[in-house]
Design a protein around this ligand. Sequence first.
Ligand code: UDX
Ligand code: ADP
Length: 460
Amino acid sequence: MKVNRICCIGAGYVGGPTMAMIAAKCPHIHVDVVDLNAERIAAWNSDELPIYEPGLNDIVVEARGKNLFFSTDVEESIAAADLIFVSVGTPTKSYGIGAGRAADLCYIESAARMIAKNAKGPKIIVEKSTIPVRTAEAIRTILGANSDHGQFQVLSNPEFLAEGTAVEDLTEPDRILIGGERTPEGDAAVEALVSVYANWVSRDRILTTNLWSSELSKLVANAFLAQRISSINSISALCEATGADVDEVGRAIGTDSRIGPKFLKASVGFGGSCFQKDILNLVYLCEHFGLPQVSQYWHAVVQMNDWQKERFSTKIVKTLFNTVRGKKIAILGFAFKKDTNDTRESASIYVCRDLLSEGANIALYDPKVPVSTIHADLNYVGVSDEVIDRQLTICSSAEEATDQSHGLAVLTEWDEFATLDFSAIYDKMFKPAFVFDGRNVLPHDKLRELGFDVYAIGKG
Ligand code: UDX
Ligand code: ADP
């Protein structure tokens, strides 16, 4: 099987960058990225891409119009492709059975039905979206029941890219994981996809497994990463109680080569579209398969994360003499981490919600997140428009946000926050001037010298 034409259904955070990289590295392959959302497609075809990723613009511009095409022609593109990536969203279900935990597979199902309807010959279908284990079976069943030729091979090829470093992660991945059915046809389909990646990834980094191992590995990788953050965050509370310093503890344990240094940075809590969603999905799967102990074990990772966010807002309220009512608090950062405009599950949303419910006036500054997103995110967690109008001001600089404030809190580790003119900021704040560093990125000693009262995560 040779892959000449690829179609990717879903032009989101995963589909867009991944296909741009494939197109840039495989000039002989025609890549269509299709989406039902015309506005999103128009953005991919414009100078202002719908997502912000360092380096992405260059690779899109290089390939767009040559062998990379963004369109809403879902049906034609499916019909023409040899290999179809399914890269639609799989949000946590908000209703019915498994609400709040299970993945909502409605977009996967609709994509599978569209493929069945429009595929006239053999196709390789590749699950790119993160999905619960055994979703491939559901896709196969839908394809089989709705198509007259039945020549489909379903593969799992999870994406491990992290936002903000998507281009780097795609250029030099730790590994590419491809799961397929262990039959001669399945092996041939796996080899076809391997040969696409082999254009720029060395073969020893391309792992092939059975379908279920591949599907499960994606959930497990995210669960292990999130678990490390919850583990160090749990220790941050103990550091504060005992006088230890969580960064020193992190360094001390991270130099053990068995533990390793990455993902040991204590914070106000992890966010992003994947960690919480994937763990809850794992939790639900374990329950479904009659493993309540395993399910509880992983659920604790999310519970610890929720507690860490709550602990941070409580700390602010308690420090400000048990009341923030009517006080201006500057919140620096709304994205779930630096170098992205993505706010999904960002700790900042929850901290803002809690402070607003305590009556605080929030002055919020984030260098990349649009005002409409901030409003929508707060609405989603139950903050009314009335409260937003009365108590929230979106600022265009950190200086504006901190002017005449009682406290400032860093919720995202944007580089620019570490080098602000703190002396000028101090002069314009009410005294005592409180700083709450939820990311441990500010120069704490210098701030104390200037007169600030500093609280930092995990610093006893
Ligand atoms: C994650 C995985 O890293 C990626 O492999 C997967 O494909 C998708 O989910 P992403 O959500 O983009 O990627 O961000 P990541 O860099 O992993 O950070 C997730 C959250 O953890 C962020 O809120 C970040 O600030 C936080 N974090 C990360 C910490 O609090 N401490 C750390 O040490 C590392
Ligand atoms: P991810 O972060 O996994 O990439 P996103 O939500 O950013 O997820 O993107 C998924 C995209 O898939 C959305 O732009 C959505 O419009 C698109 N989509 C969902 N279902 C279909 C479908 N059946 N056909 C085409 N596009 C779809």
